[in-house]
Design a protein around this ligand. Sequence first.
Ligand code: HXC
Length: 519
Amino acid sequence: MPGKTLAELLEELEQKESTVTAGGGERAVEKQHLSGKLTARERIALLVDQGSFEEVDLFLEHRSTRFGMGEKHVPADGVVAGFATIDGRAVCIYSQDFTVMGGSLGEMHAKKICKVMDMATRIGAPVIAINDSGGARIQEGIDSLSGYGQIFFRNTRASGVIPQIAVIAGPCAGGAVYSPALMDFVFMIEKTSKMFVTGPQVVRAATGEEVSAEELGGALTHATRSGIAAFTSVSEEECFIQVRHLLSYIPSNNSENPPFLENDDPPDRENPELVNVVSPHPNKPYDIKKIIFELADGDTFLEVFPEYARNVVVGFARIGGHSVGVVANQPYHLAGCLDIDAADKASRFIRFCDAFNVPLLTLVDVPGFLPGSHQEFGGIIRHGAKVLYAYSEATVPKITLIVRKAYGGAYLAMCCRDLGADLVLAWPTAEIAVMGAEGAVNIIFRREIESALDSEATREKLLTEYRDQFYNPYEAAKRGYVDKVIHPVHTRRKVIRGLELLWSKREVGRGKKHGNIPV
Ligand code: HXC
């Protein structure tokens, strides 16, 4: 500026900065705090390494003129965006500012988000989106819609290239939900997050149904019923700790390996606890997580989607310092059967791990796919196929441990040798068979049983014969479907050796555009 000294120019810059960083002003900030929420900048400060945030586009302004917008100053256009580090690693971040026009998204707001996403993709850093918004900025009409379209496009193109994390820290409604839905992990906060395509008023008007916002789109709903929220928390502080924790297991982009973290849990630690986990009674349930906790280094198991489709457990763990994606049947719920929701949950997790070079450890105790017309009508064929597809497609190291039941199609689906498992281990308690004894004997010996003088005694004898023949890992081991039958006490050591052996596994691309997963 001609005539102004540098000191004056700097003072002007400072003044401009403080006007913009005040967001929607004192009253709006107070309202935000009263509603139990932090401001956009407070959130970033809590999430990233102290002092590491570099904000960009602070002075960006909208260029809308209609509905009085020409005279309206919209600080930072309602979204705080920039770059920072978490545990010293670069992240790109944006945080919608609800104190400014309700964090609504217009043309320039979207441009800012896209700039950050483009940078994240170029430099290979995770993108973290903190959502707190009334949705499309109504005054900007179709330009707002276009903004969402540009974000969805980038979410999709960046999928499998950089990790994308969505925090829902307020309303996220209408079409806006589809950006988080396209990302890898959605974090929600009890009582704060609300996420729905159509809110309670629209639902009431369209269907007459009365439902509260919390019930329709709160954290608990999406954690237990819809399978949207991978993680929930009781406060924003807890949520940001969870985000940082998750990032410690995953690489910054698809060309890096996940961080290796040495720790003081000995790789050759024996697992006497595992000897009695599996009951000798075939139908007695137990908690598969006991096995996961025992195999993992210290308390490093981080469960993903803990409340959704609990018949399958998925999550990250460190085993011998390696980051590993664990997928396990849970006999505690639905006897560990695979159903539609479990198939969705497992296949999405497997694909994330494969995209980001996280080895897979699969623990198998599965009696089959869940029977019933509800499952068939709902498309268990299509959904179950996703698990087969995801495992077959995955080129990361794949280690499978058969703990107990491994029956039929579900045995195949749980990363068997034929789907490309690199190492298949089995405990002596493993039962690898086409189906359970009851069903099998009733089919193959129906005539013998019906014509026998004592049908029940004959059935029992045949059941025992079938169990003796197939309820073990040795038939599979004879044919090379199982590489090694191991003592449970040595499981951790064997898994770590497998991980170390497979560390250098490389599989080249298969020269096609992309497959057609049964979605
Ligand atoms: C412009 C908006 C806005 C929006 C909120 N505001 N949403 N301005 N466009 N979409 C403004 C309000 O006018 C108000 O401005 C300020 O933000 C705070 O909003 P309040 O209503 O006072 O806050 P609260 O009571 O907490 O209610 C929050 C809310 C409500 C539930 C989100 O604001 C709301 O219902 N907003 C509209 C939601 C909506 O219908 N959005 C469009 C959806 S269509 P002042 O100046 O008074 O402080 C859509 C399509 C996207 O999103 C499609 C993408 C594919």
